[in-house]
Write a protein that binds this ligand. Structure first.
Ligand SMILES: Nc1ncnc2c1ncn2[C@@H]1O[C@H](COP(=O)(O)OP(=O)(O)O)[C@@H](O)[C@H]1O
Ligand SMILES: [Mg+2]
Length: 240
């Protein structure tokens, strides 16, 4: 396996009185598609937020290889009351490190909108787009920033089945892009989606990592019970 791109070393996170993560270690290499699964409150969001530097670990270390760029998406996109184009362009323009002119930011934003199939709504208010379009707009905004790693917290949880498939297709497309394949780490409540998209599955329970397996092993009833009875019980519960 190639060198780790991002990871956690024995990370614990306490949120108020709550132990949200306990001793979680994880190494993720470039090109992996890692799904985080587990019941509500198991620590999926906290793990993603910790990887993204939004939550400081109480113990342990967050690892990131030099030069790695990350972007994060949430269940509901945080869009501004601006055109779809300006929602993407503004983020690029505000990125001091890139020092882009407004015109250059708009050119890149248009490319990103084209990438996610939203060129035709570039001038529409981002907040007035459909739920699926809004999430694609959030993907365009992330893509435009040229990340190596995309973290997504239940990105399809609030979408209808059609929009869900569109967002899934984009995630798959980003992950297999020839010019720049992104590493994906995402929380999902949808095991079908996990089966379709993941190369690897991490199962969390009560803030602890209880299973970390290649996707084929995770969904193999001859393998999972022996590797992780807890994960097996979760999968049985979800499928029943
Ligand atoms: N801001 C917060 N303050 C206190 N506890 C929190 C906060 N956010 C989450 N938690 C708790 O941390 C644990 C993990 O939550 P979370 O990471 O959101 O799980 P998941 O995303 O799997 O539903 C839960 O027990 C949750 O109640
Ligand atoms: Mg969550």
């Amino acid at each position: 396996m190639s060198a780790a791109q991002i990871g956690l070393d024995a990370v614990s996170v306490r949120l108020g009185a709550q132990a949200a993560l306990m001793g979680v270690s994880l190494r993720i290499a470039a090109g992996e598609r890692v799904a985080l699964v587990g019941a509500n409150g198991s620590g999926k969001s906290t793990l993603l937020r910790t990887l993204h530097g939004l939550v400081p670990p109480t113990q342990g270390q967050v690892q990131q290889a030099p030069g790695v760029r990350q972007a994060m998406l949430f269940q509901r996109p945080h869009l501004l009351r601006l055109s779809a184009l300006n929602n993407v362009a503004l983020g690029l323009w505000l990125d001091r490190a890139r020092g882009l002119s407004w015109a250059a930011a708009k050119v890149l934003a248009l490319q990103a909108l084209e990438r996610v199939g939203l060129l035709s709504v570039a001038q529409q208010n981002g907040r007035q787009l459909s739920g699926g379009q809004q999430q694609r707009l959030a993907l365009a905004r992330a893509w435009a920033r040229q990340p190596d790693v995309l973290l997504l917290d239940e990105p399809t949880a609030s979408l209808d089945p059609h929009a869900k498939r569109e967002v899934e297709a984009l995630m798959a497309d980003f992950a297999s892009s020839e010019e720049r394949a992104l590493t994906l780490v995402w929380a999902s409540h949808n095991l079908g989606q996990v089966k379709r998209l993941a190369t690897r599955v991490v199962y969390l329970e009560g803030g602890r990592l209880m299973a970390d397996l290649p996707v084929a092993d995770f969904f193999n009833p001859a393998v999972l019970p022996a590797c992780s009875p807890a994960a097996h019980a979760f999968v049985q519960g979800e499928l029943s």
